[in-house]
Ligand binder design. Structure first.
Ligand code: HAM
Length: 417
């Protein structure tokens, strides 16, 4: 029979790398706890409308990348391409803000985007993200950037760039958009075909173009930070000045616009030189209108997400990955299948004392079983032969220093506690 391959752009996380995933999850869980963020888990799929109404009709995600299908009941369903919209849907639905004006939330899980797979870009990938809901003030921006920074450092990544920009409030953004469209229209013929298409639907995204001619042209384009109104400027200055006081390194990048439509005011991205072309391993920003757009009371918020696969790529280049040091405590060898029930009894008692144990299941020779015990890095081998079985005793071999003794089972069991 022919072998079946996994879907392009998906990856199995195999047992030899799962420890790393647990390591990142545990570190992120600990850091989130220190900031008093609580974990939230929303479904893997949502009504398509959740993403259409939030991420924006003119974005690549909504236009090209969503896994959308009609279910058997005729409903349009989408595998989540990101979490913010789903978290907001959940907050509104579960009236989470009725009890307190603020909510601090984090999540970890798989997401789906139909993109062209390449290094650091998958069709099923994983994100850790955090959302701080309820405050319009720049101190919320600071809290969320500090959380993001502490998370990256907690797994040993020190060498990265934090890029920051402001898109301003709705008024500033509209003024800037008009200025930019005027400028781009004057230079329309010099723009790449992609950017010409974007001019109608999402002109701000042109600032993100990778085309060399576009980049050259954009050097003379109006700058968003210069179009901020007073309110937007005060907000951004507070963020920047506080980051300076806290000695957080950042670069202001007036081209940073992000790929989702819900942002306003502060936007930021984490980039690394270790990643190649997909160099952004995290990003986020303020989304003050999203909750209202999804049917809640007007509530400001800010958040971000990291791509876990990209963090792992960085850790790999830094050689920060520790070898898989898995081991088990006891490997139980049996000389004869008759002793297997006795072996399982011992294994269960060992496990109930919080130690790990495996009973031989292949009925191999004692020599082959011993080889297996060594291969699995067992600390001890327990050997059950005829005399051990008859006398309710065990032979226990310390595999680190190769010493061996036969002791009463009862004595062994008391030594476990
Ligand atoms: P995003 O920039 O679309 O933001 O994604 C965040 C991160 O997810 C990216 O920086 C990248 O590391 C990772 N990522 C995205 N697409 C892929 C892919 N195809 N393969 C591998 N990794 C990928 C958001 O998703 C926003 N929801 C973040 C946010 C939260 N904004 C406010 N709150």
């Amino acid at each position: 029979m022919e072998k079946i391959q996994s879907i392009r752009g998906t990856k199995d996380i195999l047992p030899d790398s799962i420890n790393l995933w647990h390591y990142i999850f545990d570190k992120f869980n600990q850091v989130s706890n220190k900031f008093n963020y609580k974990e939230i888990r929303t479904p893997i799929f949502e009504k398509t409308e959740v993403f259409h109404r939030s991420i924006g009709e003119g974005t690549d995600i909504v236009n090209k990348e969503m896994y959308t299908f009609t279910d058997k009941g005729g409903e349009s369903i989408t595998l989540r391409p990101e979490a913010t919209a789903a978290v907001v849907r959940s907050i509104v639905q579960n009236s989470i803000l009725n009890e307190s004006p603020t909510a601090r939330l984090w999540y970890f899980g798989p997401f789906f985007r139909y993109e062209r797979p390449q290094k650091g870009r998958l069709r099923q990938f994983h994100q850790y993200g955090a959302e701080l809901i309820g405050s319009p003030n720049p101190e919320a921006d600071i809290e969320i950037i500090l959380l993001a920074n502490d998370l990256v450092k907690s797994i040993g990544i020190e060498d990265y760039q934090l890029l920051i920009n402001s898109l301003g409030n709705a008024n500033s953004r509209k003024m800037y958009r008009d200025k930019l469209v005027d400028f781009l229209n004057e230079n329309r013929d010099s723009l790449s075909a992609d950017s010409q298409a974007r001019l109608e639907i999402n002109p701000l995204r042109i600032l993100d173009s990778k085309d060399e001619n576009d980049i050259e042209l954009l050097a003379n384009a109006p700058v968003i930070l210069e179009s901020l109104d007073e309110e937007s400027k005060i907000h951004f200055d507070f963020v920047i000045n506080t980051l300076d006081k806290l000695n957080i390194k950042y670069e202001i990048n007036n081209r940073l616009v992000r790929g989702l439509d819900y942002y306003s005011h502060t936007v930021f991205e984490f980039r690394s030189n270790h990643l190649g072309s997909q160099d952004s391993f995290g990003g986020g920003g303020r989304y003050d209108n999203l909750i209202e757009n999804l049917g809640g009371k007007s509530t400001p918020a800010i958040g971000f997400a990291f791509g876990i696969e990209r963090l792992i790529l960085i850790l790999e280049t830094l050689n920060k990955l520790t070898a898989n040091a898995d081991s088990i405590d006891y490997y139980i060898l049996t000389q004869n299948s008759q002793y297997i029930p006795f072996a399982f009894e011992i294994a269960e008692i060992i496990r109930s004392n919080d130690k790990s144990a495996i009973v031989e299941i292949m009925r191999r020779s004692i020599k082959a079983q011993m080889r297996e015990a060594n291969k699995l890095n067992a600390k001890f081998a327990i050997i059950i032969g005829e005399s051990e079985f008859e006398n309710q005793s065990i032979t226990i071999k310390d595999l680190t220093n190769s010493t061996q003794e036969t002791i009463d089972l009862s004595k062994f069991l008391t030594s476990l506690t």
